[in-house]
Design a protein around this ligand. Structure first.
Ligand SMILES: [Zn+2]
Length: 388
């Protein structure tokens, strides 16, 4: 019936890679017959590092086999100079967090939290691109400054920034920490953003980022489901699992997006084969958060990997609402979680784990570290890492 109907039960079949050389050329190691002294050679070329373990002779006159090995190394180096893309072996992934206007005043802090979570993996280099006109979060801007030399102006309403033109093409993945009420970007930025994702870039949508830009058709395609921002039946159906846990595509009229009171709630994994959710406990208790419900949108090429039950006793819908989604947009991959309302929500170890896994997947199509942190929440007990 709908593309995502079958998608929910599809397994990605992708396997995460381990080790530091996760991209491009893998680590080369081996033992030759030309000696016994092992030297780890780390060769830096054009700012990238190739992991290379080889054996070289310990005597002054290398054997024939060893001479061949040295010739092989020399040829390899020439090839790497000619094709520098090959040496992305363990270059950091480049992530860009975009922010500046969000009805959630915690945004200057939550941006820094997400930056740290990614950089703590030692696999990411994270930049931040921020509108010169900011909205909300004024008190936290001083505490969590962005020292990029740009003079910014806080306004009482979100103002369009004609100079907001990040070079998305420099990045493997973009993470949006914009929120409800963000002013439209320049048209050329929208076009560049669409091209970036369609051409294979990664996109991460967290919480109120799915409130932004309700009138931007392609943005709605990328995020799959959204709320507020004028979203109604014109944008697509409500999508959820009913009380019997059956997928419902509900085209009834109404606004997109609502939530009950904040509380801890149980996240249930619905697709344990996808790299993002593989190996995670079937259910775990998420820290205090807003549980978004009644999200609606095009929901094309979308998979629901996890849900949470929005109990009416908490002001919800009595439906299992999507909490982790992926969307394929052209060649690009989108990871979307409506979790992450506040700093304390993002301190949840489940959120941190999903953010890193989801960003990995959006950036590369794989999840590098699929281990489960020792402090991961259980079905009965939430777990947080205090940020500061
Ligand atoms: Zn919120």
């Amino acid at each position: 019936m709908e593309p995502f109907d079958a998608g929910i039960v599809d397994a990605e079949g992708l396997k995460g890679l381990n080790g530091a050389c996760q991209l491009g050329m893998a680590e080369q190691s081996g033992r030759t017959d030309c000696g016994s002294r092992k030297i780890l050679a780390t060769i830096k070329i054009l700012g990238s590092r190739l992991c290379l373990s080889q054996l070289i002779p310990s005597h002054l006159h290398p054997s024939k086999g060893c001479t061949m090995m040295l010739r092989f190394l020399a040829l390899s180096l020439m090839a790497l100079v000619a094709f520098p893309g090959w040496v992305r072996a363990d270059s950091p992934l480049r992530a860009l967090i975009i922010d500046g206007q969000n009805n959630h005043g915690a945004w200057p802090k939550t941006t820094m939290m997400m930056k740290k979570y990614l950089e703590d993996t030692k696999r990411y280099q994270v930049d931040i691109s921020r509108t010169k006109f900011t909205w909300q979060g004024d008190d936290l801007l001083a505490r969590y400054p962005l020292e990029d030399g740009v003079k910014r102006e806080a306004n009482g309403a979100a103002m369009p920034d004609p100079d907001f033109k990040p070079d998305f093409s420099k990045y493997d993945v973009v993470i949006s920490n914009f929120g409800f009420g963000a002013a439209p970007w320049p048209a050329e930025t929208n076009t560049a953003f669409e091209k970036f994702v369609a051409d294979g870039g990664g996109l991460v949508i967290v919480h109120a980022a799915d409130n932004s830009f309700g009138d931007w058709e392609q943005y709605n395609q990328m995020i799959g489901l959204g709320g507020w921002g004028g979203r109604t039946e014109k944008n697509g159906p409500y999508v959820y699992l009913d009380a019997e846990e059956k997928l419902v595509v509900d085209r009834s009229a109404g606004n997109g997006g609502s939530h009950g009171s904040q509380h801890e709630f149980t996240v249930v994994v619905r697709d344990s084969e996808h790299p993002i959710t593989k190996g995670l406990p079937k259910s775990w208790l998420h820290s205090k958060d807003e549980l978004y419900d009644r999200l609606r949108g095009p929901a094309q090429n979308m998979k629901i990997l996890a849900t949470a039950f929005a109990s009416k006793s908490q002001g919800g819908t009595d439906r299992h609402e999507p909490m982790v989604m992926t969307v394929d947009y052209g060649k690009g991959r989108v990871f979307h979680t409506p979790m992450g309302h506040a700093d304390y929500s993002m301190e949840c170890v489940g959120f941190i784990t999903l953010l890193v896994r989801g960003t990995d997947w959006a950036a590369t199509g794989k999840v590098v570290d699929s281990s489960i942190p020792k402090d991961f929440p259980t079905a009965d007990k939430s777990s947080q890492r205090k940020f500061d």
